[in-house]
Every structure is written in C-alpha cells, then in structure tokens.
Unconditional design. Structure first.
Lengths: 258, 369
C-alpha cells in the first residue's frame, strides 16, 4: 500500500465539483505517476483550474476523493504534512508583493525548516539561480519584475522545499516563444535532477510536445483521455482532434519533428 | 523521515560520514553544527555516503560547502546525488557575495536623505496635480457637457448623503461635551447662561465644519484613493488613456465636484447636530428650556459665525477630494503601494484640513470677523 501511494502521488477518484447548479466535474478520475510530467489541457472554462484547486485542497470537492501520497486531502492532519511535499506556481506567480524575491523564496524555508537564517539565505539564492534568474533579481520586489522573471521567481519559491510534486498553472502563458521554450527546458532539467512529479496546466502545444510524458484532456466534465501526445493524435474525440490537428497543433508537431 | 546526522573521522585525510535523510525538513540542526565545524577550517577530503537516506538540494549544498573545493566525491550507486551535485555545483561556483544593504549610521543618513527628497518630490507632484486639476475644472466650466452626471450623482449619494447620519451623531456628541464642560466652568462664575453662546460659536464657527472635514477624509479620501488606485492596478486608467478618455474628466472631476457640492450640506447637518447636543445637555444639567436655548442662540450668536464655518466647507472639500484622487492616481502596480497611498491620502487630507483651518482662523482674525 505504501509503495503504491508513493508510485501514484496523485489519485483522483469519482470527483464531482459544482458551483450551485453548474456541474464542473462529474465522476472525474485521474492518476498521476511518480516522476512524470503530466500536461493537463482542456478548453477555456472546462474546469482545469478548478481541478487544480480541488487537488490542492483550496476548493472542497462535492463528491469523490482526492488523495495525495495516499492521504485524503480533506483530512486536515494529513494535509499539513502533504503541504510540505508540494510546490505550486500560480498563474500570475502569486508572489508576496510586500517581500523581495529573495524573501519570497525564503518564506517557506523559514516556515517549515529548522535551518539557520544564513543557510536559508544561501539556499534561497541557490534556488533563485536554479530557476534561471540573474543574481541581482533577489533584491527586487515582484512589481519590478517582467512577466517571465515573475514566473521564474514563482518556480524558485515553488521548489524552495524540494517538493515531490510541482504544480504549474499555465507556466508559459504570456511568455514569448523563446522564453517559453527556455522555461520548458528549465522544468525538464529540474525534474531530471530533482526527480519530482510535475502537474502542468497548459494551453501551450509546444510544451505538450516538448516536455510532457503524458497528457490528460479535460472535456465533457471528466478526463476524456490520458495518453502520450502521439496516442492522442490518433484519438477520434472531436475536441482533441480539433485541438491537436488544427493549424497550431500541426505547427507545433512539425517543429518537434524537425 | 530520519533526522540527518554526521561525524568526521580524522584518520588519513578527514572523512565525512553522513547518515539519515539530508532534506531541508530533516536537516534540523545538523546544518548549524556542520557550519560551525567548517568555520574551524577542517577541510573534508572524503565522503562516506553508505548510510545516507534521501537527499535534496538543501543537503547537497551543505555537502558541497563542507568539502574542499578539489575534493574527490565518490558517489558509488547514488546517481540521484550525482545529478543533484551537478545541478548545484555550477550555481555555487558563480556564487559571489550579494550586494549588502547599507546599514548603521550611513544607512540612517541614506534613509533620511531619501525621505527629504521624497517630500520635495511629493510637493512638486502636488503642484503638478493642482495645475492639471485647475485646467480640467476650467475645461468643464467652459463646456459643461463634459461633466459626467451619473458618476457625479452617485458620488454625491455615496460621499454625501450616506455620511449625513454619522456626521450628525458625531457633532451631537461634540456639542454635548462642549456644553458639559462649559456649564461646569461657567457655573463657578455664576454665568452658566453663556454656555449657549459658547456652544453656538464653537459649533458653528469651528467644530461643525472641521469634524465634517475629518469625517470626509476618513470616509471619502480613502475610498477615492482606493477606487482609483485599484483601477490603476488593473490598468483601467491606461485603457482610458488609449481610448482618449481624459482621466481627470472621468475620475477626478466627478469626485471633487461631489465633495464640493455635498460638504456644505454635511456641514449644515453637523451644525444642527452640535446645537442639538448642546441643547439637550443644557436642558438636563442647568435646566435651560429648549425654547429659551433657541431664543438665546438667535439673539446672542451672530449669524456671521455660521457663514464663517460654511464658507470654509468648499475649500476643505476640495483639499480632501483632491488628496484622495491624487493618491489614487499615484498607485503603482502592487498592493503595497495601494495601501501606502490610501493611508497617505487620509493622513495628508486630515493634516491639510487642520492646517487650512488655522490659516482661515488667522485670516478671519485679521479681517476682524
């Protein structure tokens, strides 16, 4: 049982979420394997972000269960343990605006570890560098960062505690294609070195082709398919077909093949 | 999770034996102790990783720092550690001391200097804003169709009418307190009937308008600053600008005119409240009948006191609303500057209200009023 929980860090079973009468997910099931990069795609309004919020415990599910490392997220005791093993980068970075980047990265370390202040300082500097930010970015406030730097700072904070699962909400949205490709590389490099599981919500077809091991498609209130991108290309689900085989999808595929 | 631990075997080139989980959560005080060890400049040449459990970047960084730079690390079977070290080492090599902030006496002077420049800059910005405001007001007077009636009426309701009850209640209590203190003092002189005059003059001339202004600062300067500031954060003002909508016409003028139009009404309401408070207290404590109170007020309190209070109202309203709008427009992209600007909108408008009230007092004195 223990090994099973470690091999499938995220397990969603029969999930139902609704806002009033509007049902977002009905009987949604999803398993994320350890060490993989899972891309989650779906049309706007299909409930990708709601799914993320439910997995993170920010929204209560209306039915079904969400387990992280075999622990039900509704159990508050288990949840505080799980919190230390996950890192999240929100869409806008969600950096604390009254702290510098350096202090943002230090915050989870100071909160959860017993390390000395000097070491936390050095460790935060290391994380900022690992996230690909220039050294002097540490003393800037989030408002002074560009969009791409803010995302990197968000990653630096998300990996502060060396999480076992990293959640990324549209990491490449709003980045230029070069910066987005660099960001994809960054995520893959970090995953290979640190060995965490990555859960990415994205619209970016290039990201799917470049780094995702598997892709989960949210459609019709559930996960319509979970497979590698190659397998998805052969799917006859109408949304998946128009998504992957539309002009943008073909361009991304061509680029990958060339 | 097994707590991290280590010991150093000094025989034949110091060897660091590590055990337990070397993760940020499990390191505990092992890091502090190893740091103290490194300070004694004992250079570790070899690593024994046989008892090492899990390890993350926090542990890898610590291992790297405790080793001699040229030390040879044998990772054995630990491929994960090899990858971690490969990731951390290049980042560590380019590690130079960060820019330290200026501290101590020099830091004090630096902050002080920045504050002085900040004040000068603020004063300049205030002049710029005043100029822009005058131009915008002139433009509106020249072409009244530019005036946006819907927001004007909404702000009149919000800042003015909705504030009337609280203004009335506040000055009611102020009037009551003046009457109480006045009767106490004047009874000892045997002239308690002058309480009526005291209340009348104090409320009509000073307190009615100043209390209203302070209330307007707290209620409306802050909300103007917060409303405009959050529009700034949301880039709504930028959107207006590119659409060719003048920010002053759309945001500032309606708010300032609303305050300007409603402040006299609020002041009037405050005057009535203050007199009512005085009337009630005089009736209860020194048994002056309401009819006598009103009659005596009409006879002894010159109407000029009422007009002096009233004529200050529009000036103070202008100051308050302008401070609110100006600070709203100064908000940058972040939450912190929103908070700062809302605070300084209130502080600055209350400060200016008191200052201008003092200036008015001097002017009226010189005019013998």
């Amino acid at each position: 049982m223990e090994t099973d929980a470690e091999d499938v860090p995220i397990r969603v079973k029969g999930l139902r979420t609704a806002f009033g009468d509007k049902v977002i997910h009905e009987d949604l099931g999803l398993e994320v394997k350890r060490g993989e990069i899972l891309g989650v795609v779906g049309g706007s309004g299909s409930g990708k972000s709601v799914l993320l919020n439910t997995i993170l415990g920010l929204k209560q599910p209306d039915g079904g269960s969400v387990e992280i490392f075999g622990q039900d997220i509704r159990d508050p005791q288990a949840h505080s343990e799980v919190e230390r093993r996950i890192g999240v980068m929100f869409q806008q970075g969600a950096l604390f605006s009254f702290l510098t980047v350096q202090e943002n990265v230090e915050a989870p370390l100071l909160e959860h570890t017993k390390l000395t202040r000097e070491y936390v300082h050095d460790l935060a500097r290391l994380k900022i560098k690992l996230a690909g930010l220039p050294e002097d970015a540490g003393c800037l406030k989030p408002a002074e960062l560009s969009g791409g730097m803010r995302k990197r700072a968000g990653v630096a904070r998300a990996i502060a505690l060396d999480p076992d699962i990293l959640f990324l909400d549209e990491p490449t949205a709003g980045l230029d294609p070069i910066a987005a490709a660099e960001f994809d590389d960054l995520i893959r490099t970090l995953r290979d070195a640190l060995g965490f599981t990555v859960f990415i919500i994205t619209h970016d077809l290039d990201t799917l082709y470049a780094i995702c091991d598997r892709v989960a498609v949210v459609a019709d209130k559930k996960i319509a398919a979970v497979a590698t991108i190659k397998e998805l290309e052969r799917s006859d689900h109408p949304w998946i077909r128009s998504y992957l085989l539309g002009p943008r999808g073909r361009a991304a595929k061509k680029e990958k093949e060339s | 999770m097994i707590a991290a631990d280590w010991h150093i075997d000094e025989g034949g080139g110091p060897t660091l034996h590590v055990s337990g989980d070397w993760t940020s959560l499990a390191l505990g005080d092992a890091e502090g102790r190893l740091g103290a060890q490194a300070a004694r400049s004992l250079v570790v040449q070899r690593l024994d990783l046989s008892a090492l459990g899990r390890i993350d970047t926090a542990g890898a960084l610590l291992l790297l720092r405790s080793m001699a730079p040229d030390a040879d690390i044998d990772f054995g079977e630990r491929e994960d550690l090899q990858r971690l070290i490969d990731l951390v080492r290049p980042a560590l090599e380019s590690d130079t001391a960060g820019k330290a902030g200026v501290t101590g006496v020099l830091g004090f002077f630096e902050r002080f200097g920045r504050q002085v420049i900040g004040i000068a800059d603020d004063a300049y910005q205030m002049l710029v804003f005043t100029g822009q405001l005058i131009v915008a007001l002139g433009r509106t007077l020249g072409d009244p169709r530019r005036l946006r009636m819907t927001p004007l009426v909404a702000f009149m309701q919000d800042a003015g009418i909705n504030g009337l009850p609280i203004v009335f209640i506040m000055t009611f209590f102020i009037g009551a307190v003046i009457a109480l203190v006045g009767t106490n003092l004047l009874t000892t002189l045997g002239v308690e009937v002058f309480t009526i005059q005291l209340v009348g003059v104090a409320i009509l001339r000073e307190f009615g308008v100043v209390i209203t202004a302070i209330l307007l600062s707290g209620r409306s300067a802050s909300s103007f600053a917060a409303q405009i500031g959050s529009m700034r954060m949301n880039q709504e003002t930028d959107a207006m600008q590119v659409m060719g909508v003048d920010r002053f016409d759309a945001l500032v003028i309606p708010r300032i005119l609303a305050a300007l139009l409603m402040m006299p009404l609020m002041t009037f309401c405050a005057d009535i409240g203050g007199l009512a408070g005085g009337l009630l207290v005089s009736w209860v404590t020194i048994d002056i009948s309401p009819v006598f109170f009103i009659q005596r007020t009409l006879e002894t309190v010159d109407i000029k006191h009422f007009w002096i209070g009233m004529c200050k109202a529009p000036f103070l309203a202008l100051i308050i609303a302008a401070a609110g709008c100006r600070h709203g427009l100064m908000v940058g992209g972040d939450v912190q500057s929103l908070g700062q600007n809302v605070t300084s909108a209130v502080v600055q408008s209350i400060f200016m209200v008191i200052m201008f009230d003092a200036i008015f007092a001097v002017i009226f004195m010189a005019l013998d009023l």
